[in-house]
Write a protein that binds this ligand. Structure first.
Ligand code: ADP
Ligand code: GLC
Length: 502
């Protein structure tokens, strides 16, 4: 099958969160299964300049001229390869939009022209498909930044000779980010105002690009089966539960996989000692001591070391850490935090490190190497998210024998099996999970983990259960292929995507 994946970020070119991991690892997984895969991304020169091992890029002889509102905006296309794969990457190069310090945000503020930037990118991606004659069976767009792509496929691309059979798939990675803009930005999209209606692109008077993708795609996916159910309810649907429910027969949740070439304790170049499921005990002991030393914590094997690598935002449940910090830090524990985000949570975690220097280490910032060392060196990983579409770090933790404590939502519920008596006896348990979003409940689970940590044989079993499961993209990539096939079968043509008549 010929597949074009369109995303606003993908490693190693750019990454602000899990989307960057997934938009690279899924194409790789699809290519490994024998499909012809092309990835289209924006070119962010300032992110690219940071790469130590940057892939080679060559200009493509295609002069882009893309309509954005009343303007025609030129651009270049660069061609490269996704490292470690035969996935071709096309990068849309337009410095006015993408040569900036941040990807979406600078000084904690969204760029004011984010709508224009990603309308341009979405249109440019469709132009690349057309002019480079890629002839895909399916175009797979991701999140609000490319939400316009399924609309462009339905309303424009399929009207081109020879392209009437292109199908579209849209994946929602997080309902909390919708790309909502004032109604007047509709004119930037270049689409007819007839599509600005409550069933397609309009949401309470605003243009909504996530809703656009959900409405126009032939198939819609999200990143775990539980999240697919959750988002059809008012509690988790962020206002779009109705739009999602109306497409429930075309909405499927597929749990993300892990790029096991990057996240693998047997080959990880960043960690003090590589280890496997057989050598987890000695390997993790060496990694734990190295991490404690690096972060200036007392080097002790007996103390349970809890870690977190995360965007520091409300989504990730840091409020619960705040609620139970006092009682937690009365215990003999160590805590390691790596991340950045909301100044409130950054401040809270920095303060804990100041008041408890022998128990807490907080590193604010983005650090790839340290993130691997935290995954390998900690005993327990904390991920008590308020909501979590999929979550990757709990799966990295499971692969590294670092037992996760999670709240049972979204992909966390689909990957972590609680260490209750029944699951322990069945040999299925791989972590701790709880439901109620309360600090005491998190604390109680931390105590459960600490108690089991003291029981070495049981702890070893918990670690090994997580490590032995196949977390790679193999199964999930195959599921995506089945979705692509369904999308091809469903492809709506002509008047079916004409929109609501006024
Ligand atoms: P989300 O996309 O909601 O932030 P995920 O768990 O899906 O959550 O993915 C987060 C990704 O970003 C993981 O690969 C994680 O390791 C990485 N990450 C987050 N914060 C940092 C950081 N400060 N340093 C290094 N990696 C980070
Ligand atoms: C989003 C979600 C996260 C998910 C990631 C990749 O950022 O918050 O849960 O793992 O996308 O799909």
């Amino acid at each position: 099958m010929r597949i074009v994946v369109v995303s606003s970020e993908a490693v190693p070119f750019s990454k602000t969160g899990g989307l960057g991991d997934v938009a690279a690892a899924l194409p790789k997984g699809l290519a490994q299964a024998g499909h012809e895969v092309t990835l289209i991304l924006p070119h962010y020169p300032q992110q690219f300049a940071k790469l130590t091992d940057a892939p080679a890029l060559t200009p493509v002889s295609l002069a882009l001229r893309v309509p954005v509102g009343h303007k025609l905006v030129d651009g270049r296309v660069l061609k490269g390869q996704l490292p470690g794969s035969n996935v071709t990457v096309y990068l849309i190069d337009q410095p006015i939009y993408f040569d900036r310090k941040g990807v979406y945000v600078e000084n904690e503020q969204d760029y004011r022209d984010n709508c224009e930037r990603f309308v341009y990118f979405s249109r440019a991606a469709v132009e690349v498909v057309r002019h480079l004659n890629l002839k895909p069976d399916v175009i797979h767009a991701n999140d609000w930044q490319t939400g316009l792509v399924p609309a462009l496929v339905a309303a424009e691309l399929r009207r081109q000779p020879g392209l009437d059979r292109v199908a579209s798939v849209f994946t929602v990675h997080n309902m909390a980010f919708q790309g909502r803009f004032w109604h007047w930005d509709m004119h930037l999209t270049g689409l007819d105002w007839k599509y600005f209606n409550w069933k397609q692109m309009e949401f309470f008077g605003h243009l909504n690009l996530l809703k656009t993708g959900i409405s126009f795609a032939d198939m819609v996916t999200t990143v775990s089966p539980t999240y697919a159910r959750e988002i059809q309810t008012p509690e988790y649907g962020c206002g779009l539960h109705g739009a999602l429910s109306s497409r429930s027969s075309d909405l499927v949740g597929i749990l993300n996989g892990v790029d096991t070439e990057i996240w693998n304790p047997t080959t990880d170049p960043y960690i003090a000692q590589q280890y496997s499921v057989e050598t987890v005990e000695s390997g993790k002991a060496a990694c734990k001591a190295a991490l404690q030393k690096r972060l200036g914590l007392p080097v002790r094997a007996d103390v349970p070391l809890f870690g977190s690598v995360s965007r520091m935002t409300g989504q990730k449940g840091f409020a619960l850490i705040g609620q139970c910090a006092d009682v937690l830090l009365d215990q003999d524990v160590q805590l390691v935090f790596l991340g950045s985000g909301d100044p409130h949570y950054e401040g809270l975690l920095k303060q804990l490190a100041v008041t408890h220097p022998t128990k807490v280490s907080t590193t604010i910032g983005y650090n790839e190497e340290l993130s691997h060392q935290v995954e390998a060196g900690c005993d327990v990983f904390l991920m008590p998210s308020e909501f979590e579409p999929c979550g990757l770090n709990q799966m990295y933790s499971l692969i590294y024998g670092t037992v996760p404590i999670v709240r049972a939502v979204g992909g966390l519920a689909d990957s972590v099996v609680d260490a209750n008596d029944h699951n322990l006896a069945a040999g299925a348990a791989n972590g701790f999970s709880f439901h109620e979003f309360r600090g005491e409940v998190l604390f109680w689970n931390i105590c459960r983990a600490r108690n089991l940590f003291a029981d070495k044989p049981k702890w070893r079993k918990l670690q090994q259960t997580g490590m032995k499961r196949d977390w790679s993209w193999k199964h999930s990539a195959a599921e995506y292929v089945r979705i692509y096939e369904r999308a091809i079968g469903k492809r709506r043509v002509g008047s079916e995507c004409e929109g609501e008549e006024e």
